[in-house]
Design a protein around this ligand. Structure first.
Ligand code: 8YV
Length: 318
């Protein structure tokens, strides 16, 4: 029986795909195994299931002498040294199907929330001084008729575009490769350079993967290129943005607002960001619904079954 080490508390519905056929170990009384615990256990296991916060590096793979598969619980795999896994002949899989719609939905919720200042209103209305109910209040920004610039037009970017188009937005995008014409047509999306996108978009959403090439791809120079009324949304990975430069841009009102689900040093958030009214914050919650977590668990488990039994197509990243 193949042995599977899961570093976090997975939903039982996901486990039913594996039960009886695989021997599973996962933390029962808390959310995560510590790195030390994984290092201790890993030599006995064939499969490792990390989540985005478990760094699966050389040390883990070298200790995992029986490791054949790393079945990542997430679409992003910047937590895994994929090159090293490839060199060791370890297969790495991810879960692009079930993370697509919830992440796009959350990105759009953040876009609307930041534009219409929902977090700000909610915060203020609860305070003794309250909010202004006056006729002259013009705190928000409309979304209808505005341009959304999507950096990274993969699955999640396209699902975000679909929602934005339905809300009357125009789409421009930048991507490693230009999309096929029929796909562009679906969203009336126009391919532009990154600079043009930064200069002309009213809303800018980051939906690209975190790689060494995309590290700090949005920094001081990029924030300075944006419109003063720009809203920046990040549901991808925190390390793609120079957080200090973003803080400066927000403090100096160089841009209008930011809506953030991810941070450079999660779960640590720059304390000064917490003090700003033009920032909407979430705790890496893009896929945090019970239904989506169950679906993600099943997709992850099917990667394992597919790998060993060939009964499901698997999503390989190497
Ligand atoms: C999850 C994510 O919260 O899929 C990803 O890459 O960042 C999120 O969907 C995470 O993977 C859970 O570990």
């Amino acid at each position: 029986m193949k042995r599977v080490l899961i570093t976090y508390r997975l939903k039982p519905e996901g486990l039913t795909v594996l039960n009886d056929k695989y021997e599973l170990t996962l933390p029962k009384d808390r959310s995560f195994f510590s790195r030390e615990e994984v290092l201790e256990l890993i030599p006995e296991y064939d499969v490792l299931v990390p989540n985005f916060s478990f760094f699966t590096d050389k040390e883990i793979m070298d200790r995992g002498v029986n490791l054949e598969l790393i079945s990542n619980f997430g679409v992003g795999f910047n937590n895994i040294d994929v090159d090293y896994a490839t060199r060791k002949g370890i297969v790495v899989t991810n879960i692009p199907k079930t993370t697509r719609e919830p992440t796009a939905e959350f990105a759009f919720a953040l876009l609307l929330g930041a534009a219409r200042r929902i977090g700000y209103y909610d915060r203020k209305i609860r305070t003794p001084q309250g909010v202004s109910w006056g006729t002259y209040t013009d705190a928000g920004l409309p979304v209808f008729g505005k341009t959304l610039g999507i950096i990274g037009m993969g699955r999640i970017g396209q699902s975000l575009a679909r929602r934005a188009v339905a809300s009357g937005m125009n789409i421009i995008y930048n991507n490693r490769n230009r999309l096929a014409e029929d796909i562009e047509k679906q969203y009336s999306a126009r391919f532009v350079s990154k600079d043009e996108l930064l200069k002309t978009a009213d809303f800018i959403s980051l939906n690209a993967p975190s790689t060494p090439e995309t590290y700090h791809m949005i920094g001081e120079k990029e924030f300075n290129m944006m419109k003063q009324t720009a809203v920046f949304i990040n549901t991808a990975r925190g390390d793609m943005v120079d957080e200090k430069a973003m803080l400066k841009a927000l403090k100096e009102n160089r841009i209008w607002a930011a809506a953030l689900d991810v941070f450079e040093n999660e779960p640590h958030i720059l304390p000064e960001l917490l003090e700003l009214d033009n920032v909407l914050l979430a705790p890496h919650a893009g896929t945090k619904t019970l239904e989506d977590r169950i679906a993600m668990s099943v997709e992850m488990a099917q990667n394992i079954v597919g790998f060993y039994e060939g009964t499901y197509p698997i999503s390989r990243v190497n």
